[in-house]
Design a protein around this ligand. Structure first.
Ligand SMILES: Nc1ncnc2c1ncn2[C@@H]1O[C@H](COP(=O)(O)OP(=O)(O)OP(=O)(O)O)[C@@H](O)[C@H]1O
Length: 229
């Protein structure tokens, strides 16, 4: 479904991703782990077209989308939940979700989004800035789903979220995948969450993938070592 090949990204003269390769199958949930500064956000932004790449390809269902602008990638089926959620705080919950409808062509928020996140229905007239961190994360995911994606990218969704809500988020993401049959790529530093949510775990270290294992085969001690220091 998503095929990233030899991807290089640099900030000026400083190259951060040095030819990254990975594939995500249809219906697969992949967690990309790594310490702060290892290049997870850079990878997410490059896949979304927010940062330019210096080499490589990003294929969605076989088509190279690497030359497209962000909004064109959204139309093709890539959705993004950025680090820090970035909801529009002065807009209502409903208005935030509606910003995603431009891509799908739907005129109103589909009921199944509110079924997934009942709290958003309860709060749909409230300003997004007044929601808790966990609720804002649900809103950011709802807004992304409103674009009807084939691939959902989430950048550190557990950051600043309580442990009980983190467990619920893993369940919700798996349910989204099961119900909608999409692929999910989630960048993450919390190993327990990655093991809860993902089918496969990758570790990025200094802009390269150094570990790639199915969940059942993940060497937890080794991954923890990469995540510490
Ligand atoms: N705008 C920028 N200009 C120059 N260097 C940058 C810029 N943004 C990030 N970097 C550098 O690129 C590297 C990768 O950063 P990135 O934010 O992708 O890491 P990360 O793994 O997502 O970390 P975090 O968990 O903190 O988000 C770091 O060394 C960082 O200092």
């Amino acid at each position: 479904m998503l095929d990233v090949e030899s991807l290089r990204v640099a900030y000026g003269q400083s190259e951060v991703l040095h030819g990254m390769n990975f594939k995500v199958a249809p219906n697969e949930i992949v967690a990309i782990m790594g310490r702060n500064g290892m290049g997870k956000t850079t990878l997410m932004k490059a896949m979304m077209g927010i940062l330019p790449t210096t080499a490589g390809s990003i294929r969605l269902g076989g088509e190279d989308i690497n030359g497209l602008k962000s909004h064109q990638r959204v139309k093709k089926g890539v959705a993004y939940v950025p680090q820090g959620r970035m909801v529009f705080s002065t807009m209502t919950v409903k208005e935030n979700i509606e910003t995603g409808l431009v891509a799908s062509g739907d005129r109103k928020v589909p009921d199944d989004i509110y079924e997934l996140f009942p709290v958003l229905l309860e709060m749909k007239g409230r300003r997004a800035g007044n929601l808790s961190g966990g609720q804002q994360q649900q809103l950011a995911i709802a807004r992304a789903l409103a674009t009807k994606p084939k691939v959902l990218l989430l950048d550190e969704p557990t950051e600043g979220i309580q442990p009980s809500i983190i467990r619920e988020m893993a369940r919700t993401l798996r349910r989204i995948r099961d119900d909608r049959g999409l692929s999910i790529v989630v960048s993450e530093q919390v190993l327990s969450f990655a093991l809860d949510v993902a089918d496969r775990v990758l570790v990025v270290e200094n802009g390269e993938i150094v570990h790639d294992a199915q969940r059942a085969d993940v060497d937890e001690a080794q991954v923890s070592k990469y995540l510490s220091v």
